[in-house]
Design a protein around this ligand. Structure first.
Ligand code: GLC
Length: 502
C-alpha cells in the first residue's frame, strides 16, 4: 500500500486573523496568507490548516459560521481563496480548511428562520433548559421571544445543530463537496466529539470531555464520520480529515480513527503532559498502542503557548524546553501539527489589556478566565513598525503586540544560526531528509527515568527532562541538538543522533 501524504506530514496551523494582513484593516486575511506561502515552504512544512475565514459575526473568532460556502469580506474574496490554494499547490503545500459542524452562527439563515418559528428542528429547542453549562462559562441555554430555549455548548451566538435531523447531515455533506471541488486536500473538524447529544438531554454531574457524558461523544457521531470518509474516498489525491477530539482517554480517541472513519485526530494528551520524561513516555506508549496513525500537537489557538506552559517561572527555561520538545515531537512516528509563531518562540502574551481582549471565554467569565487571546497575538514579521510587519505601515493590529516581538520577528531571526526560527528550519529539513528511511515503529533505548531515549531505525532521539546533565546515548554522529551538547546532554535539551543499523 502506498503511504498517504498525511501519515507523516508536518501541518502548520494558520490562525488566519493573526497571520498576515494584506488589506490593511488590522486583521489577517487570505491575501496575506498567500503572500507568505513562500515563507512556509522555506520553513519546510508539508501542509497548512486554515482556521475559519467564512462569513461570520466573529462572536468566537470565526467559529460562528454564518455561511459555510463563503469568504468573509474581512478575509478576502472567493477568488483570493482560489488563488491562495493554487499558489500553495504550485509550491507543493497541501491545504486543509476548518469545518464547524457542531454549531452555526446565530446569524446563519437557518437559525434566523428558526427564530421566526421555521425549521426549528435543525437546532435544539426545548420548552425548558437542563443543567448543562456552556464551555465558555454560564448556562448552555438561551431563551427566545416565544419563551422556548435553545442549546449552545459554546457562546449564545453559536446555536448547536440537531444532528438527528437528516437535513443537517445532507447539508454538511454538501459543504464538504463544495470545498473538495475547490481543491482542498482535507478538513480539520471542529469539536468533532460533539454533534449528537444523548436522547432526552439528561442533566449531568460532570461535564468534562468524557465519552460517558451525555453531552459529548455519542455513538451516533461515528456514522457521520463514516459518511464523510466515504465521500472523501470518492475524490482523488488522498483527501483527509483530522478531528479536534477532546476525550479523557486515548482509547476513546481511537474510536474516531477506525479505518472507515477519520484519518487522524489531534493528540491533545501530548500537549497536556507536564514536563516529565515519565509523563511523555506514557503518552507515547499509549498513543502508539491505541491509534493507527499518530499525531503530535504542542500548541494551537486554544491553549497557552508551550514556551510559556513549560517555563512560567523562568522564560529561558520555557524556551529551552520548547525547542527540546519540538525535537521529540518531530522524531515521533506520525504527523506533527505546528501552530503559527511557535517557530519564532513566541510566548503567551499574558498582559493584554482587558479592553483589547476579544475571546468570549474572557467576556463570559466576567474576566475571571483570561481566555485565549494571548496565543492569538498577530505574528511579527519585521523588527519595526506599528505592527511589526503584520499589517501595512500605519495600521494597528487587532490585538496589541508586546515590544519583545521585535526581537522575535521573522526578520530579526532569519539568518541567525542561534535563533529559534533557524532551529525549526534545520529540524524540519533534517526530518525531511531522513524521510521514510526511518521506520514508523519506535523502540525504547535504555535511559535513566528523567530521560527519554527512543530510536527509529538510524535515528536516536534523547530528551533530558531531569535537573543534571546525562551522558549521550551511544551514537555514530550528532544530527541536531536543541542547545549546546558535548559528551553530555544538559537538562531541558534534546538531541538527534545517528546510529549505524545493519
Ligand atoms: C474549537 C475551536 C475553538 C472554538 C470552539 C467552538 O475548540 O478550536 O477555537 O472556540 O471549537 O467552535
Amino acid at each position: 500500500m502506498d503511504i498517504p501524504w498525511w501519515r507523516d506530514a508536518v501541518v502548520y496551523e494558520i490562525y488566519v486573523r493573526s497571520f498576515a494582513d494584506a488589506s490593511g484593516d488590522g486583521v489577517g486575511d487570505l491575501a496575506g496568507v498567500r503572500e507568505r506561502l513562500p515563507y512556509l515552504k522555506e520553513l519546510g512544512v508539508d501542509a497548512v490548516w486554515l482556521t475559519p475565514f467564512y462569513p461570520s459575526p466573529m462572536a468566537d473568532g470565526g467559529y460562528d459560521v454564518a455561511d459555510y460556502r463563503g469568504v468573509d469580506p474581512q478575509f478576502g474574496t472567493p477568488a483570493d481563496f482560489d488563488a491562495m490554494v493554487a499558489d500553495a499547490h504550485a509550491l507543493g503545500l497541501r491545504v486543509l480548511v476548518d469545518v464547524v459542524p457542531n454549531h452555526s452562527s446565530s446569524e446563519h439563515p437557518w437559525f434566523q428562520a428558526a427564530l421566526r418559528g421555521e425549521g426549528r428542528d435543525r437546532y435544539v429547542f426545548r420548552d425548558r433548559p437542563n443543567n448543562w453549562q456552556s464551555t465558555f462559562s454560564g448556562p448552555a441555554w438561551t431563551q427566545v421571544d416565544d419563551g422556548s430555549w435553545y442549546l449552545h455548548l459554546f457562546a449564545p451566538e453559536q446555536p448547536d445543530f440537531n444532528w438527528r435531523n437528516p437535513e443537517v447531515r445532507e447539508e454538511f455533506l454538501d459543504i464538504l463537496r463544495f470545498w473538495l471541488d475547490k481543491g482542498v486536500d482535507g478538513f480539520r473538524i471542529d469539536v468533532a466529539m460533539g454533534l449528537f447529544k444523548a436522547e432526552g438531554l439528561p442533566d449531568v454531574g460532570d461535564q468534562s470531555f468524557t465519552s460517558r457524558s451525555p453531552v459529548w461523544g455519542q455513538p451516533e457521531v461515528h456514522d457521520v464520520y463514516r459518511d464523510w470518509r466515504a465521500l472523501l474516498d470518492t475524490y482523488p489525491g488522498d483527501r483527509m480529515a483530522v478531528g479536534e477530539v477532546w476525550t479523557d482517554t486515548l482509547e476513546d480517541l481511537a474510536l474516531y480513527v477506525r479505518p472507515d472513519e477519520l484519518h487522524q485526530s489531534f493528540n491533545f494528551a501530548w500537549l497536556q503532559a507536564p514536563w516529565s520524561a515519565t509523563a511523555f513516555r506514557k503518552v507515547i506508549d499509549d498513543t502508539v498502542a491505541t491509534v493507527p496513525f499518530a499525531t503530535w500537537v504542542l500548541s494551537n489557538h486554544d491553549v497557552v503557548r508551550h514556551r510559556t506552559r513549560y517555563g512560567t517561572a523562568d522564560p529561558g527555561t520555557g524556551m529551552s524546553r520548547a525547542k527540546a520538545a519540538l525535537l521529540a515531537t518531530l522524531a515521533l512516528p506520525g504527523s506533527a501539527y505546528l501552530y503559527q509563531g511557535e517557530e519564532l518562540g513566541l510566548p503567551e502574551v499574558e498582559n493584554l489589556p482587558p479592553e483589547a481582549r476579544q475571546d468570549p471565554v474572557f467576556k463570559r467569565s466576567g474576566g475571571e478566565l483570561p481566555g485565549r487571546d494571548g496565543c492569538r497575538v498577530p505574528i511579527p514579521w519585521s523588527a519595526r513598525g506599528d505592527s511589526y510587519g503584520f499589517s501595512p505601515e500605519g495600521v494597528k493590529p487587532w490585538l496589541p503586540q508586546p515590544e519583545e516581538f521585535a526581537e522575535l520577528s521573522v526578520a530579526r531571526q532569519t539568518g541567525d544560526p542561534d535563533s529559534t526560527l533557524e532551529f525549526y528550519r534545520r529540524a524540519l529539513a533534517c526530518r525531511r531528509e531522513l524521510g521514510r528511511t526511518i521506520p514508523y515503529e519506535l523502540e525504547w533505548l535504555e535511559s535513566s527515568e528523567d530521560v527519554l531515549v527512543f530510536a527509529r531505525g538510524p535515528l536516536v532521539c534523547a530528551l533530558n527532562c531531569g535537573v543534571g546533565p546525562v551522558p549521550l546515548p551511544p551514537h555514530d554522529g550528532v544530527l541536531l541538538a536543541s542547545g549546546p551538547v558535548g559528551d553530555t546532554l544538559p537538562p531541558d535539551t534534546a538531541v538527534w543522533l545517528r546510529r549505524e543499523v545493519s
